[in-house]
Design a binder for this molecule. Structure first.
Ligand SMILES: [Zn+2]
Length: 428
């Protein structure tokens, strides 16, 4: 039965390619990020996907926080209805920068098939995953394979801009629709060879169960000197820049301390300096009134949260330099940590060995990947693993593309995992 499924997917290669091409042509650039040049919303992609899901036998519901930004929750009911596997990918893409257009080898919304790959915005992120999820279910349906458990497919909007109108909204308002016993966040979990050295915890093929947490802070430093009679004062101009440079030196020590913490699945914690800005008190002031330093901490959820350390450094600095300072948390993306040996991880491993003969490594990703994954793990508490062939570093890139082999093999793995976890049987 499992061999038949693989054969079916091989035989329908051109259909799967065509489906992905039509999805790339259905522009679904995230409106929050787009300048409006590349017209289209997630609704364009949803219009293609919904009839396919219904034809397979899914019950399809659509939830919208904003008109034209659909979130699809589709359920393929099994005989018993348990267990429930949720699989997620998103409908939106990042825009294409006009400046980059000449560097694209093909029109980014044409879905060109060339050199064994399908090219275009969304080819990796995330439309090939959508195509694989659907064609995996279609293969089972066409071959008369039934499932005991329910398969829940979630295709959300607004992933690229924070998930507010997408998975965050689903998790908050429609939680009962997306409860599951295990979940897969469908995503490319490889990196290109030239980037491998930057992902030391990666192997050729990976299953991710952990991601870094990310916190960005703004630190504002200022002094309240008595109003000078003469506003033009070179020493005053230099004072704030000197304070700022000294503070950066303090932060550098913290960066070194963070870099000494190592997670075998994620690598080292990282503190980066993202920006330094000076602000004048009034438009006609000749000297700056305050300085704003932005830093981002990326850290393993298994390690300590660096918020307290940053506050401590700032307090010490304030006391020694006798200045005013305040700290603000401007963004937070929680990290996730799931068991490395859950049922879903084991099922993906078994399927991957059947498809490519290589067991993927269970590891983590140092970059935050999805609001779907975040919500599945942190809000819903569902054991979740991330998997898909293809390279994650092609996401958001110029000449984004997915190879036909990666597309097909991901489809095969998903189909085999559906069968395994949801207990497949031949239609009587
Ligand atoms: Zn993306």
């Amino acid at each position: 039965m499992r061999r038949e499924v693989q054969r079916y997917i091989d035989e329908h290669e051109s259909d799967i390619i065509q489906f992905l091409q039509s999805m790339i042509r259905a522009r679904s650039v995230n409106l929050t990020l787009s300048s409006g040049f590349w017209l289209g919303t997630e609704a364009y992609a949803a219009e293609l996907i919904i009839p396919e899901l219904k034809a397979i036998g899914f019950e399809v519901k659509v939830f919208e926080l904003e008109e034209g930004r659909p979130n699809i929750v589709a359920r393929l009911r099994g005989k018993v209805g348990k267990p429930r596997l949720l699989i997620n990918s998103h409908l939106d893409t990042v825009p294409v920068d006009n400046i980059d257009l000449p560097k694209w080898r093909f029109n980014p919304f044409s879905g060109e098939l060339a050199e064994g790959s399908i090219w275009g915005r969304g080819a990796c992120d995330h439309k090939s995953m959508g195509a694989s999820i659907i064609w995996a279910a279609k293969a089972l349906r066409e071959l008369g394979i039934e499932l005991e458990g329910d398969l829940v497919v979630v295709q959300d909007s607004d992933e690229e801009a924070g998930g507010f109108k997408g998975f965050n909204y689903l998790a908050e308002k429609h939680r009962e629709e997306i409860e599951a016993d295990f979940a897969i966040y469908a995503v490319n979990t490889q990196v290109t060879n030239e980037n491998m050295e930057n992902f030391p915890s990666f192997s050729s093929y990976n299953i991710w169960v952990r991601t870094m947490a990310t916190k960005t802070f703004k630190i504002r430093i200022w002094e309240d000197p008595p109003h000078p009679e003469n506003l033009i004062n070179p020493k005053a101009a230099g004072r704030l820049s000197e304070l700022c440079m000294r503070f950066i030196h303090w932060i550098w020590k913290l960066a070194e301390e963070m870099a000494s913490r190592h997670d075998p699945l994620l690598g080292h914690d990282i503190l980066t300096l993202d920006g330094v800005e000076f602000h004048r008190k009034k438009a006609w002031s000749t000297t700056p009134g305050s300085c704003e330093i932005t830093v981002t901490c990326r850290y393993s959820p298994e390690h300590i949260d660096p918020s307290e350390e940053i506050s401590r450094v700032l307090d010490e600095f304030k006391a020694i330099e006798n200045v005013k300072a305040e700290i603000e948390l401007v963004s937070y993306r929680p990290g996730m940590s799931m068991p490395t040996d859950s049922e879903v991880v084991e099922a993906i491993k078994r399927a991957a060995v059947e498809v490519r003969g290589v067991e993927p490594k269970t590891t983590g990703t140092p970059v935050g990947i999805s609001w779907g994954f975040t919500n599945l793990v942190n809000t819903l508490g569902i054991p979740t693993a991330c998997f898909g062939y293809g390279c994650v570093d092609r996401h958001h890139s110029i000449n984004e593309r997915i190879s036909v082999e990666d597309l097909k093999d991901t489809t095969k793995v998903f189909a085999l995992v559906y069968m395994d976890l949801l207990k497949a049987y031949d239609r009587p």
